[in-house]
Design a protein around this ligand. Structure first.
Ligand SMILES: [Ca+2]
Ligand SMILES: [Ca+2]
Length: 416
């Protein structure tokens, strides 16, 4: 689109990424009447740079279903989670290994445990039951081996899969741990990084090396998120005592933490990740009055830039997912309220504008989409474009979703 081209040009003319207020395209991936879309979701990018979002949605009657949405360049294709023996799921964590293998962990609504699924394709998952507790972080190491943190009543376990025995192994990592989401990451040399919050509030940055865990003397701060750099150095983003957003790396024990203030003050830090070149990206909330603004900070060429992503957000404590595509550009998935209901959004710097209710993909939700809905009324075929809520029937539920986002436009979506 010409508008996107203009934004890209303006971004290139300034500092390599778009100036404040421009650049991030915010796409409406999904929402539903039962208000469950986006309460649990996970984001991963495959080797081709395509974003995959896994999230729960209400089906209007029986409770939850799980949807897998592939955010491709042309359109957002989707699949309902395949049939499996565990019907009620929540809290999905999703990861894609460099080998192309998918991994998914799902909490069971009916019990204290989670299941783990893995497969190279979306269908025919191999499932196994995880040790009891709630998964609060998951990642895959280079060969596709899963590593998880599981919180069982305040006891935090590091859980991995032993290929020799074919069993899950668990190590008690800490006690009195908060249910707050944690971070886990793997380095190429086999070290594991875990960042989590204890109760009463304190944060732990722990590293597993040579079979044992050691915690680092963390920088004094809150909302700590952690990740390895591609070269294996440990990095964190956090809020310091004076609420400034800081980034810090830990070369070794002798040097200790090397702290870089980003120049912003904020209410929370919600995500940290690095692209393949080691460029850091930080997602944080800035709270001004009653408005929570989501910002993206990055450091290219020695200086931090801060770009607003969205200014309509429900809660600074809400889950944000940050990942990089294969060209090193950031993608952020988050829940955001419209004037009707919360919607699940995916924001990126050069995404094609998309809204789930824009049936004819012309950048606007209006009469043109209503005509297509009418023409397909009561159709019961899979993959009908007018089946907005993806239940394989075109009916009043889809009309509701069309009406709820009536007059959405791609142009408004791109600039505040
Ligand atoms: Ca349209
Ligand atoms: Ca439908």
């Amino acid at each position: 689109m010409r508008y996107v081209g203009l934004l890209c040009l303006m971004g290139m003319m300034s500092i390599g990424i778009p100036a404040d207020g421009q650049g991030f395209v915010r796409n409406v991936v999904d929402f539903d009447k039962s208000d469950s879309v986006g309460t649990d979701f996970s984001l991963a990018v495959d080797g081709g740079g395509i974003a995959h979002l896994v999230y729960t949605r209400g089906d209007g009657s029986a409770g939850w279903s799980l949807t897998h949405c592939v955010a491709a360049a042309e359109n957002y294709s989707y699949e309902l989670f395949p049939e499996n023996p565990y019907l009620l799921q929540k809290n999905p964590y999703f990861a894609i290994a460099s080998t192309g293998d998918f991994a998914l962990s799902l909490g069971l609504v009916t019990g204290p445990s989670s299941v783990f699924g893995s497969k190279a394709d979306w269908y025919d998952w191999f499932y196994s039951l995880l040790p009891a507790g709630r998964v609060c972080a998951m990642t895959l190491s280079g060969g596709g081996q899963p590593h998880l943190l599981i919180n069982n009543g305040g006891l935090l376990y590091y859980v991995s899969y032993n290929i020799q025995t074919g069993h899950w192994t668990q190590e008690l990592l800490d006690t009195a741990v908060s249910p707050w989401p944690a971070d886990i990451d793997c380095a190429d040399d086999g070290r594991i990084l875990a960042v989590y919050r204890r109760t009463p509030i304190s944060y732990v940055i722990a590293v597993r090396e040579n079979g044992g865990w050691a915690s680092l003397p963390g920088p004094a701060g809150r909302w700590i998120r952690g990740s390895f750099l591609p070269d294996g150095m440990i990095a964190v983003a956090y809020l310091s005592q004076d609420n400034s957003v800081n980034y810090a790396v830990y070369p070794d024990a002798q040097i200790g933490w090397v702290i870089t203030p980003t120049g912003a003050t904020a209410g929370t830090v919600t995500a940290l990740d690095h692209n393949q070149n080691g460029v850091a990206g930080i997602a944080y909330f800035k709270i001004e009055g009653n408005i929570n603004q989501l910002y993206y900070a990055t450091n290219i060429g020695g200086g931090w830039t801060h770009t607003p992503v969205d200014s309509t957000l429900p809660s600074p404590e809400h889950r944000i997912r940050l990942a990089f595509d294969n060209t090193g550009k950031p993608l952020l998935a988050y829940l955001s309220p419209t004037s009707y209901l919360p919607v699940l959004k995916l924001a990126g710097l050069d995404l094609e504008p998309y809204c789930v209710s824009d049936i004819n993909h012309d950048g606007r939700v209006d009469g043109g989409d209503f005509v297509i809905l009418s023409q397909n009324w009561m159709y019961k075929i899979p993959s009908c474009p007018a089946d907005i809520n993806r239940d394989r029937l075109v009916n009043q539920e889809d009309l509701y979703e069309l009406a709820a986002l009536w007059l959405w436009s791609a142009d408004e979506n791109q600039a505040e």
